[in-house]
Design a protein. Structure first.
Lengths: 300, 269
């Protein structure tokens, strides 16, 4: 990666309130150049507020935000920034090419419009007004707009919401390509699968606090849950989330509890995330849910 | 999706990439705003029709006004200025307040530019559409009244009216950035009509009592009207007109910048 004395994004002791609501509570976060970080959290957790501070749209009540070493409220800092507009926010009467030209015109060395349209499969839509695009086409345009200025840091807020599987995969490829060429990505998503597919590092936020900040693997293993499924003596399919599946099975056998069709697999990020925000794991369809149990408890 | 073209710019220390030049950004925003405005033809037509209809209702039927060359010219100038003030306050007061509620607006504020180029573009765009509105007004004045103007004075008048529109565009922007669309509408109305009346845009200020004339002299509308009347008819404006207008322009510019800085888009997450 590029050697630079400053991080791509530095957030130090940042607090932001909206009236009585504490959106961010003394949050500290550092994102180095070339990282691909996933921001996870339920709605209202503070993810969007954090992105709006990093992009200079808002100022923190306390603490400091730096983008590539500068205050993001300084326009010069934002020459290094790319951001997706919300798809519903594209100016409906303007043509695709006009919107790209307009956004590109703000940057010192933009990607030529034709190349960008080509890369995102939008060449044939260049003369269409954005109001007439489908949801998937608008999403592609939105992500294209975030990359037109050759930014060093890209903030992607829900980049593939509402896309079908092929559309999502294509956008993921574009994001991976950008990241592979040295770009820094800070991504929020409702799709845990998306964060799991793209991010190397995961930051979990809830109620304005950072609950976890670690590599994807570490966040998964920190929760360390294994999902054990089995069918018990009454023929009921049971599911247990346990920290140590080996000990669980050993105890199960030692206790002589009858079971069949034993299945063990690692917990998904979704389960880990649910555990972190204290909501318990999602109940899998068609199985009786035992919740997160200790090995002993599961056997009683 | 083909070959990588969206490669990030090379690291050159802490953001040493400068923003683009001010005027390049202002022209970029002007082009964008012009396109947005013309793609909604009703808004453009409204701007063209309003001053023309006012001429037919308030000036052409009054023979005493329409048949006196100087009075008719002053009336055209007054209505022209009212049209420009109204367009500026409504387009910018209400238009900016509405824009701020659109989801594209926070995105615009994340682009590498300060408020300057966008504001300059709004002023220029306001000027362009004010000019469109003046064309039918001048034609009606020429065809249906005795209003006269030499080509030199016409050009001077158009130049003056554009210069005079600047403080009103700035005031509109200050309102638009400070208030929601719902609040901006009544505020604009409450400001516009008293200012237009006190400024002598509807009735000539020669009819005002002394105390009202004194207040009138201090308004930006009166200062603008006097300068415009001087440009189109040669009647000398009062010596305070130019400093009064300049003072308001500076004040409104400061208010517009302050309102922009305070504004953080929608007030909720």
């Amino acid at each position: 990666m590029t050697i630079s004395s400053t991080s791509a994004v530095t957030v130090t002791g940042v607090t932001r309130r909206f009236g009585p609501v504490l959106a961010l509570d003394d949050v500290t976060l550092e994102v180095g150049h070339g990282e691909l970080v996933g921001l996870l959290g339920p709605n209202g957790a503070g993810k969007s507020t954090l992105l709006s501070l990093v992009s200079g749209q808002r100022r923190p009540d306390a603490g400091q935000v730096r983008l590539d070493g500068r205050d993001p409220r300084d326009p010069r800092a934002r020459t290094a920034l790319g951001l997706t507009p919300q798809e519903t926010g594209l100016p409906a009467t303007l043509r695709v090419r006009e919107v790209v030209d307009f956004v590109a015109g703000h940057y010192p060395e933009p990607v030529p419009t034709d190349e960008l349209l080509d890369q995102f499969g939008l060449t044939d839509l260049g003369r269409r007004q954005t109001g007439s695009l489908s949801g998937g086409q608008k999403r592609r345009l939105a992500v294209a707009l975030s990359l037109v200025g050759r930014p060093r840091v890209v903030l992607l807020d829900e980049p593939t919401t509402g896309l079908d599987v092929s559309g999502r995969t294509a956008l993921w490829d574009a994001i991976r390509q950008y990241h592979a060429s040295g770009g820094t990505v800070l991504l929020t998503s409702h799709y845990l699968e998306e964060v799991q597919a793209l991010a190397e590092r995961v930051v979990v936020i809830d109620r304005g606090n950072v609950l976890a900040d670690d590599s994807l693997q570490a966040v998964l293993s920190r929760v360390g849950m294994r999902r054990v499924q089995l069918t018990d003596a009454e023929g009921v399919r049971r599911e247990h989330l346990v920290p140590d599946s080996d000990a669980f099975v050993r105890d199960l056998v030692t206790a002589g509890t009858p079971f069949r069709d034993l299945e063990i697999r690692g917990a998904t990020l979704e389960e880990a995330f649910g555990e972190l925000v204290g909501q318990g794991a999602e109940q899998a369809a068609g199985t009786t849910h035992a919740g997160v149990t200790t090995n002993e408890g599961a056997l009683r | 999706m083909s070959a990588t073209t969206t490669t990030p710019a090379p690291a050159v220390g802490a953001s040493d990439r400068p923003t683009r030049p001010f005027w390049a950004l202002a022209l970029l925003h002007l082009r964008y705003q012009f396109l947005e405005t013309v793609r909604v033809p009703v808004a453009v037509l409204g701007n063209l029709l309003f001053p023309s209809l006012s001429m037919f209702f308030f000036v052409v039927p009054q023979r005493a006004v329409a048949e006196d060359p100087v009075v008719a010219t002053v009336a055209v100038a007054g209505l022209g200025l009212f049209a420009v003030c109204s367009a500026s306050l409504f387009t910018y007061g209400l238009g900016v307040a509405e824009d701020r509620q659109l989801p594209f607006y926070p995105f615009l504020r994340s682009l590498p530019t300060g408020p300057g180029p966008q504001m300059v573009a709004r002023v220029l765009n306001g000027g362009i559409f004010s000019l469109f509105g003046l064309v039918p007004l001048v034609l009606i004045g020429w065809l249906f009244t005795e209003a006269t103007v030499t080509p030199v004075r016409l050009v001077a008048g158009v130049g003056t009216i554009l210069a005079v529109s600047v403080p009103f565009v700035l005031l509109g922007m200050a309102i638009g950035h400070a208030l929601s669309a719902k609040a901006a509408l009544p505020v604009v109305q409450v400001i516009l009509f008293p200012l237009a009346f006190a400024g002598g845009l509807f009735l000539p200020p020669q009819m005002f009592p002394g105390w009202l004339d004194a207040i009138s002299q201090a308004t930006p509308t009166r200062a603008g009207r006097d300068l415009l009347v001087q440009a189109t008819t040669g009647l000398e404006a009062s010596a305070v007109a130019l400093p009064v207008l300049a003072g308001w322009t500076v004040l409104f510019a400061v208010l517009a910048v302050l309102a922009y800085r305070r504004d953080e888009g929608r007030r909720f997450r």
